[in-house]
Structures are given as C-alpha cells and as structure tokens.
Design a protein around this ligand. Structure first.
Ligand code: ZN
Length: 412
C-alpha cells in the first residue's frame, strides 16, 4: 500500500541529522521507497532547527502498521532526546490537498502556528510527536511539498564510531572534484580557499555534494578521498532554488520572511562595527536597510561600490528592528553615473583656473582667461551592472546560486 511520511526536528546542537534518520528508514524499514526529499524551510525563524530541513519519504509498504512501528522504533533509536520530533503518516498522497500544499509554502516563506499544523495533519493523516511537537510543522510541510524547481544532494555518512571526531577528507581531491562545476556547485569557495562540502556540526554527515546533475554528483563523490564512509544517499531537495523568496514591494516586506525587492539606493553603503556593510533603499512604498554581514567576506567589497541613486534588486531574508534585508544576492540594475565638479583648466596654458570670487567665475592668474563655471567630470564606476552573490561559504541552503540562473534552471 501507498505511504507518505514526513519527519522533522530530530537533531540538536549535540548531533544527529534528520537526513541520516531518513536514509536509515529508506535503507532498513520494510517497503519500496522513492528518493527521499529534503525540504528546507524558512531560514529566518528564530526557533528553527539547525539547517531547518525536514524530510519526506514516499513509496509502498506491504504492511502499514508494521511500517509505522518500524519507523517509530528507528526514530526513537536515533533522535536527540532534547529535540521536538514530529512524524506524520499518510496512506494517501497529502499533496492532493490544497490546504496542505499551502501549509508547505507557508512553512518555507513565513511562519506557522504549531497547533494549526497538528490539526491539519490529524485531519488527513496520523501524527507521532515528541517534546512540544513543534516538529509536526516541518514534517507536514515536507510531506505536502510539491517541487517547482529541484536540485540534488548526495550525502555521505560517517561510520558511527567516528561521529563527533574531526572529519578526514583529502582537500586536494575536493578541489579536483569541484572542476565538475557548474554541474555541481558549492563544493569549494575558491575566493576564500575553503572547502564547503563539510559540515561543522558533530552530526553523522561526512560531506554533501550539491548539484543539478546526478552523474556529475556521483563522479565528484568517487573523486574524493576520505575516511571510510558508512553509506551514501541522494536526496531530492529545494536547496538552491530561491523557493523562500517572495517578490514584493519594500512596504510589504515583513520580518521572518524573505523578499526580492527593487529599490533606489538612498543612503550609500557604510561599514559599521563588526565589519557589516549597510545601505538603505527605497521605492514608492517605503525604505529598508540592506546588510552584507561580516561572514559574507569579500562580497562586501562589491556592496561598498554602490552609490546613491543606483537602482538595485535585492534578495534576502528580513530580520527585525529595524527591518533589514540580509542580502543573499543583488543585481545592480541601473548604475547612476558618478560625477565630480572641478575647476576648469586654462585654454591657453592648461593650468587649473582659480575662483575669481563669489559668483565671479574662474580665472587664470597668468593668462587672464576666464570661464563661467566648474566642469562636470564623469568618473569611472568600479562596478558593472549585473548580479552579485554571497560566496559559497556564506550561502543559505535555499538561496539560488547565480550559476543555476545562468544555466537556465530559473524557470523549471
Ligand atoms: Zn593660463
């Protein structure tokens, strides 16, 4: 019989990773399952789990109650005791219900009341929750999620005895594997000389390879030398798709959501304490601050090149007080010419002319030549019109890398 399963919130700062739990279910529980789905949810909410990813598993099982029992046993054996795990079970495809699809969209773009999630899940399926059951929100969102755009991630898991110990990966071979770019992406950060595939948490993941091309992902995986791997699983995901982003007016942009807004720079970039770079934009509905925070490193140098009057399209999550867009990428849509007024030069001797007194124009002392006013000079801008993005080391899971736009994955 058909089954659909959603699961979320099994990890803590101490360890575990819900993807590992999903891969264990797919590999060990009785049934025939499709590729598991990793759905990243709203990255802006303060109570999110690490990475804020929920999982869905779909397939068939010969015996629903045995399946359910085995899943609960597996989750019980692996979840972090302090987590607020939620599991939702459906015997029919939950994606058929509009209200569940809307719940998924809302969990990615906005915030959800856990009580509403529990009610909705119970209406169409069954839930098993631990702790405060907050995990039901994500579990239902994953189970009800439909993909407009999708990418893949191969996760390689560590042997259990090594969990929590330093990861051993041959960096040179990761750089070698990264040459498969753009079929895979965010493998290394060339500008900052860092490999990006390795998590920093004490979870069971050794590394993850992201991309749009299954063969290239597997090839990259086969290129990398590392400590022994327990197993690998490829997930279908909404990472790198911008699914969290809502195009809107500045006046509509609300904290704890993510926007794409078009505006004119009204206050030029300034660097504040901590190395963060902030500028202000406006449209007909309001003004908002935009920030390139310190961890975005060299990206800030691009942001610093903006000037008052530039028209930009800014993508990012919104934090509050005062509302600020945490920039994930921006497009310099129309650059304002940068001008400077200088004293005219003498047509006879070429020297700089001096002011001849207030409202008296300019004069060359030597040749006695005169000019009525200063000259407008157009200066070269140090930035071209086009897109700029944060580096892979600072990229949010959901943010679409520019390479995916360039490769035409924009409209899938
Ligand atoms: Zn002169």
């Amino acid at each position: 019989m058909e089954i659909h399963l959603g699961i979320d919130d099994t990890d803590s700062r101490q360890g575990m990773c819900t993807t590992y739990l999903a891969s264990t279910i797919v590999n060990e529980v009785i049934g025939d399952f499709q590729r598991p789905e990793l759905v990243r949810l709203n990255p802006n909410i303060p109570w999110k789990t690490r990475g804020n990813g929920a999982l869905a598993i779909r397939g068939t099982t010969p015996n629903y109650s045995e399946f359910k029992e085995e899943v609960i046993d597996t989750v019980n054996g692996l979840r972090e005791p302090s987590s607020n795990t939620g599991i939702v079970f459906f015997k029919k495809d939950p994606r058929k219900h509009r209200e569940i699809r809307l719940h998924s969209q809302k969990a990615i773009k906005n915030t959800i009341d856990p009580e509403d999630a529990v009610k909705l899940a119970r209406k169409h399926g069954e839930i098993v929750g631990f702790g405060n059951k907050r995990g039901v929100v994500g579990a239902l969102a994953a189970a009800g999620h439909t993909f407009n755009d999708m990418t893949l991630e191969l996760l390689a898991y560590r042997e259990r005895a090594r969990w929590g110990t330093p990861r051993k990966i041959d960096k040179t071979m990761v750089y070698k594997a990264s040459e498969l770019h753009p079929l895979i992406w965010d493998t290394v950060d060339w500008k900052h000389k860092k490999i990006v595939i390795k998590p920093n948490s004490p979870c069971p993941v050794l590394y993850g390879i992201r991309g749009d091309h299954e063969k290239a992902i597997k090839k990259a995986h086969n290129t990398i030398n590392s400590e022994p791997i327990s197993h690998t699983t490829i997930f279908k995901t909404n990472q790198g798709t911008d699914e969290h982003i809502t195009p809107q007016k500045i006046g509509e942009a609300k904290p704890m959501s993510s926007s794409k807004v078009v505006g004119e720079v009204v206050e030029p970039p300034k660097t504040i304490e901590g190395g963060h770079v902030i500028f202000k934009i406006k449209d007909s509905t309001g003004e908002i601050d935009c920030a390139a925070y310190e961890p975005t490193k060299k990206f800030r140098n691009k942001v610093r090149k903006l000037i008052k009057g530039d028209t930009v399209v800014v993508y990012g999550g919104i934090t509050k007080s005062p509302p600020t867009i945490n920039i994930e990428k921006f497009k310099l849509k129309q650059k304002k010419p940068k001008t400077k007024y200088v004293n005219p030069t003498c047509p006879s001797c070429g020297r700089n002319m001096k002011s001849a007194g207030k409202n008296q124009g300019y004069r060359c002392k030597k040749c006695k030549t005169t000019k009525p006013k200063k000259i407008k000079l157009e200066l070269e801008r140090e930035i071209e019109e086009g897109f700029y993005e944060v580096p892979p080391i600072a990229r949010r899971h959901l943010a679409k890398p520019l390479i995916r736009m360039e490769m035409g994955y924009d409209q899938k």
